[in-house]
Design a protein around this ligand. Sequence first.
Ligand code: PXP
Length: 237
Amino acid sequence: MNVNHVATVRQSRQSTSPDPVHAALQAELAGADGITMQLREDRRHIQDHDIERFAHSCQTKLGLQIEATDAMREVALRIMPRDVTLVPENREELTTDGGLDIAGRLSMYTDYVASLQQAGIHTALFINPEEAQIEAAARVGAPVVELHTGRYASAESAAERSAELSRIVSCCDYAFSLGLIVNAGHGLHYDNVQSIAEIESITELTIGHSLIARALYWGLPTAVSKMKRMMVEARHR
Ligand code: PXP
């Protein structure tokens, strides 16, 4: 579960609540297998102290999403989360728009991934489901890719959704065949998660917005446990 949105509400009042660390601990108790926090350059939601505090009380695993900059690497190496996912960052965006262009910056990502991997941080690259990017991710030595499911999630017709799903399935298989661990996320919700969760080559899904949105009505534990049940059911049917 990604808890950025909890911090967004808190930051809207520059207050101390709601606390994304409390939400993360509650989500873990409800069945979340890991917690993701994204630290942005402008600190618009998650703050450094959120990651530091959660790192000390995490019961599952902490994943940090960052842009590949020197300043963010310093934070990662200080906090030493189990996982880091490199994501693109653009100040104007509402959420992470699109994946990284690994193919266009091979040597930069090779060095950056190596510096995190050497420190023992499991490093993932957030990319669009495109063969060229997957191949590039394998070339730079990242053990994990997270495939961006945003185009699938925002498809406007059944035909478009099905085409995007086929693209994701074949990209998952391709990444898996190259020896990569395959994760996915973005825009997943209660009505679209199962088609993705049933793809066998996927290891993890990262979900934020829909969980927090539903938690407003159901409460966070119910929102998390229902999503988890749907994912597990999809996996075993
Ligand atoms: N994965 C990555 C890399 C993200 O940047 C985000 C959004 O912060 C997510 C997954 C979760 O997306 P959503 O909030 O749409 O579930």
